[in-house]
Design a protein around this ligand. Structure first.
Ligand code: GLY
Length: 367
């Protein structure tokens, strides 16, 4: 009991070491209500606009705004419709108009309250509104907490593809409250868990082992265990981003399972959730690594077993058009000169990046 109380009270901090643009990720249960107090000290802006979708605003808007008001921080809530369909330039233009009508200027700042879509839209808006104003992230999905709120990738979709417009623009701070995960829908939880397992494979064998051992606690959403896992993922992401902010080299390892995963997701007409597609992508490129003699069958099976233990799929759905998947692979924005690159594991915790994968082998693993 005592140990649990200490874990609950603990605050965890992770530094993203980017020199003059370095920032902290703060992780604490109940932090949502304390963001105002922290911002009153950090003074990112004189006034804030909280950007949230309608669903997240209804769930957490009042709690965040109450904390801001109690700390004497002036803030307005601006909402937009939930869902990936809103992640476009029209939403950005609409939100920018709202900021302008509120009279927000370069001395003010934005707060992204929500999942990956909100973080991407709000970060993009912050990077271009009046040629750039500061922003902070308050991620409310597991995926956003372990991945998209950290590292400064922002963007919106256009009909020709997802995230084709965007910027690298770092937040001033990331506030993570694991408590918000207690109301996260199951599918959203799975989206995040796929990314968590990814970190184990690309960087951290110990995390991979812990995920196997702690499965029951994670699935039961034990907040102490989740906070420790989120911290570890943020440490890995921070180390990778600090070494390669603009994805020239090392950062590409974060795309393990994503090249194929995105193609599978697109070929499904985006009916398959991102995390499920990434899980299929990781298991499938694992087979490529085994076939190329880079990875052991035992490790590949351990990955498949872990994904399945968490309820994630490992096979490309039979009904999906293989040709469509291969066409999407060729148009992926990470593809150079028609050759998709793949992140292939060589051990649990180690990967290489290669564009040397024969089409016949891709055909074989797609089944
Ligand atoms: N989600 C991959 C990255 O931030 O680079």
């Amino acid at each position: 009991m005592k140990r649990q109380a200490i874990m609950v009270a603990a605050e965890r901090r992770v530094l993203v070491g980017l020199g003059a643009r370095a920032y902290e990720i703060v992780i604490r249960q109940g932090l949502l209500a304390g963001v105002g107090k922290d911002l009153a000290e950090l003074k990112v802006g004189r006034r804030y606009a909280v950007i949230a979708d309608d669903r997240v605003a209804a769930l957490f808007g009042r709690q965040l705004l109450a904390g801001l008001a109690a700390a004497g921080v002036r803030a307005e809530l601006i909402t937009f419709p939930h869902g990936e369909a809103a992640k476009n330039m029209a939403t950005v233009a609409e939100l920018a108009g709202r900021l302008a009508r509120l009279g927000l200027d370069r001395g003010d700042a934005l707060i992204a309250l929500g999942g990956g879509v909100t973080g991407d839209i709000c970060g993009f808006l912050a990077s271009i509104y009046m040629r750039g104003i500061p922003f902070v992230q308050v991620p409310t999905s597991l995926l956003a907490q372990v991945d998209s709120s950290v590292g400064g990738k922002t963007g919106v979709d256009i009909p020709e593809g997802k995230n084709l417009l965007g910027t690298f623009y770092q937040p001033r701070r990331v506030y993570i409250d694991p408590e918000v995960l207690t109301v996260l829908p199951e599918e959203e939880m799975l989206n995040g868990l796929a990314e968590v397992i990814k970190y184990g494979v690309i960087y951290d064998a110990e995390l991979f082992r812990e995920l196997a051992e702690q499965r029951a606690a994670v699935m039961a959403r034990d907040l102490g265990v989740l906070a420790a896992i989120i911290e570890r993922c943020c440490q890995i992401k921070a180390a990778v981003v600090a070494a390669d902010e603009r994805e020239a080299d090392l950062r590409r390892i974060l795309n393990f399972g994503h090249t194929l995963g995105h193609a599978v997701e697109a070929a499904s007409g985006y009916t398959l959730a991102h995390g499920l597609a990434v899980a299929i992508g990781m298991a499938t490129v694992g087979e490529i690594a085994v076939e190329q003699g880079l990875w052991s069958r035992e490790d590949a099976d351990a990955l498949r077993g872990l994904l399945q233990a968490y309820g994630l799929p490992v096979l490309v759905p039979a009904g999906l058009d293989r040709l469509a998947i291969k066409n999407y692979l060729k148009t992926d924005k990470k593809t150079v000169a028609g050759r998709p690159f793949f992140v292939l594991p060589t051990a649990i915790g180690q990967v290489i990046i290669t564009d040397q994968v024969e089409e016949a082998l891709i055909d074989r693993v797609l089944g």
